[in-house]
Design a protein around this ligand. Structure first.
Ligand SMILES: NC(=O)c1ccc[n+]([C@@H]2O[C@H](COP(=O)([O-])OP(=O)(O)OC[C@H]3O[C@@H](n4cnc5c(N)ncnc54)[C@H](OP(=O)(O)O)[C@@H]3O)[C@@H](O)[C@H]2O)c1
Length: 348
């Protein structure tokens, strides 16, 4: 027996901001009977993650395309793998049986055939104590990115100051919440009043501002951090990174998680004042969530505990249907999402 699987693909390489018209939905047929001994697993996809880094895979060239064999360049017409949650519908792998729930690398498609060699990229979800979508957001790679970047790259000390950009987004909101729980002074920036209010009124940030209403980022940051920024968690790059570096304290740390403002504009580059970097002995370090896979167990138990005890809010922005993936993706670069952007492809 076969299943017909729809998948989202690009029509051509993308430069600049992605538009819905850059994408199309195609179909493929997949066999339900898997070859014995192949170790393959066939998954019906329920929730998939919508992430800014996918844009770099869709370009003709980006440094990101060499970073991992699981995030290679996407060619026009190809299926696009992505993190998500699904249900096993057929298995030739002794570790999985029909109806197991899994989380890991699936795709922007109805069904994913996870090849035996790639089964290491999924894991069984044993617990039903949280909504499934949480395993794509706070308990998934967005959470791990926040955890690894904040604790390992920012290297916080209690009482220090943190600035985080794209602070209401998937990674940013969790960074700010970890930092508050750790005992830091936290300021975030975001692109609308609604997002700014969420940060201060619900998530406990000490302060937040709308960077789109700010004419002088440098003096705005000076006002929020009169004694300097000890840690800057950078999600956007560009002028924000320049202004943050200009306001860092001695021995400040910049965790460069992503530079979304540069993904859509090949000419935009941050030019931080390197004299500040030298004399203040600032550390600027890029990192990937995958650098911290060994911390996944600690991350999961700590974060689950925070959520269960009401100390950490999970902020998600879920759209429905596979066809909505291009719009959801386009929206990331226009600031449409609040919290983790996820598309629910199927109910069960
Ligand atoms: N290093 C890693 O392993 C890793 C893992 C995950 C994510 N990341 C990176 O982390 C960053 C955030 O990712 P996310 O998944 O958490 O996305 P997100 O913050 O949930 O969504 C993107 C947000 O970025 C903001 N934005 C979009 N265009 C912008 C621009 N030109 N200038 C300033 N802000 C802009 C928008 O919020 P506003 O309304 O606030 O503008 C938008 O809602 C991205 O750079 C991403 O590539 C890195």
């Amino acid at each position: 027996m076969e299943v017909t699987s729809r998948y989202v693909t690009i029509k051509h390489h993308i430069t600049g901001s992605p538009k819905q018209s850059d994408f199309e939905v195609k179909t493929a047929n997949l066999f339900l009977s898997l070859d014995t001994g192949s170790n393959d697993v066939l998954v019906k996809n329920l929730y998939v993650s919508i992430d800014p880094y996918q844009l770099n895979r869709m370009k003709e060239y980006s440094a990101s395309q060499m970073a991992s064999e699981y995030a290679l360049a996407v060619l026009p017409g190809q299926a696009i793998n992505a993190y998500g949650v699904g249900r096993v519908i057929a298995s030739a792998n002794p570790s999985y049986i029909k109806d197991d729930m899994i989380v890991g690398l699936i795709g922007w498609e109805d069904y994913t055939l996870v090849r035996g060699k790639d089964v290491i990229m999924i894991r069984k979800l044993d617990s039903t104590e949280f909504p499934l979508s949480y395993h794509v957001s706070a308990l998934g790679l967005s959470g791990l990115t926040a955890y690894g970047g904040f604790f390992n790259v920012c290297k916080p000390k209690k009482g220090e100051t943190l600035f985080v950009s794209a602070a209401s987004g998937s990674v940013g909101n969790i960074v700010g919440q970890y930092a508050k729980l750790f005992g830091c002074y936290v300021v975030g920036c975001a692109g609308t009043k609604q997002k700014v209010d969420l940060l201060t009124d619900k998530l406990g940030f000490d302060a937040a501002f709308n960077y789109k209403k700010t004419t002088d980022l440098n003096s705005t940051l000076k006002r929020y951090f009169p004694d300097g920024i000890d840690m800057y968690f950078d999600n956007v790059g560009g002028e924000m990174l320049e202004a943050a570096v200009a306001n860092m304290s001695m021995f400040g740390r910049v965790a460069v998680c992503g530079v979304i403002s540069e993904y859509t504009d090949a000419k935009r580059r941050a030019g931080p004042n390197m004299t500040e970097v030298v004399y203040k002995r600032i550390t600027i370090q890029g990192f990937l969530a995958s650098d911290y896979m060994n911390d996944f167990g600690d991350f999961l138990s700590t974060t689950s505990d925070h959520i269960q005890n009401g100390r950490l809010h999970v902020i998600e922005d879920i759209s429905h249907n596979l066809e909505s993936i291009p719009l959801a993706f386009e929206g990331l670069f226009a600031g449409d999402n609040i919290g983790k952007k996820i598309v629910q492809i199927a109910d069960n």
